[in-house]
Design a protein around this ligand. Structure first.
Ligand code: NDP
Length: 169
């Protein structure tokens, strides 16, 4: 917080200064954090209907979860924001037309949690051990791709989904 307050709000391109975070909540953003901005762009470019949709966001960080939930709300989605104290996470995910997973837990969201036809945005970037890789690890998301991809309407892969969009934004 001390570092964020030391940043000139007019140069705060990450949008993390309280002034810019507040402007985002007020619906008058100056800078939108890049990962949430990329997520909204992905949804828009792929014609996902947001107005009236049930959106479930997993994770409430100031970098991803909170701003995504805010941006979805401003686009007239009905948003449920889940976190580590949420009781019965699968029951919330099951109601979702749109799931945004940003928790940092590899493979947390599984196919049997999902409403068939949902749109799934996997934000997680997790390193899991993989002896077959030279690096000794591979990157995986918060969504169990193998069980979710056959059921959902659209899904972002990890790697190659939200990460490159974050860089682009
Ligand atoms: P944080 O650690 O700041 O936040 C994680 C959030 O997930 C918290 O709100 C936490 O709840 C919640 N959470 C943790 N475990 C569970 C659980 N078992 N069930 C429900 N909720 C849970 O992480 P970030 O938001 O910074 O990042 C999340 C993931 O996204 C990471 O894998 C990160 O690497 C990735 N990421 C990817 C980016 C990209 O460009 N693709 C950019 C930024 C992040 P609580 O608040 O209660 O502790």
């Amino acid at each position: 917080d001390a570092v964020l307050l030391a940043v000139d709000p007019s140069k705060d391109v990450d949008g993390f200064h309280p002034l810019n975070a507040g402007r985002l909540v007020a619906g008058a953003p100056r800078f939108i954090p890049c990962t949430p901005s990329g997520i909204m762009r992905l949804l828009r470019e792929t014609d996902v209907t947001l107005s009236g949709a049930n959106a479930v966001v997993l994770g409430r960080s100031r970098i991803v979860g909170l701003p995504v939930a805010t941006l979805l709300t401003h686009q007239n989605a009905t948003v449920t924001l889940c976190h580590s104290r949420t009781v019965d996470l699968p029951s919330h995910v099951r109601r979702a037309d749109i799931v945004v997973a940003a928790v940092g837990r590899p493979g947390l969201v599984r196919g049997d949690w999902l409403r068939p036809g949902a749109v799934v945005i996997d934000v997680g970037i997790n390193r899991v051990p993989d002896a077959s890789r030279k690096s000794g690890y591979r990157l995986t998301g918060d969504v169990q791709f193998a069980t979710v991809a056959p059921l959902c309407a659209k899904i972002t892969p990890v790697p190659g989904g939200v990460g490159p969009m974050t860089v682009a934004m």
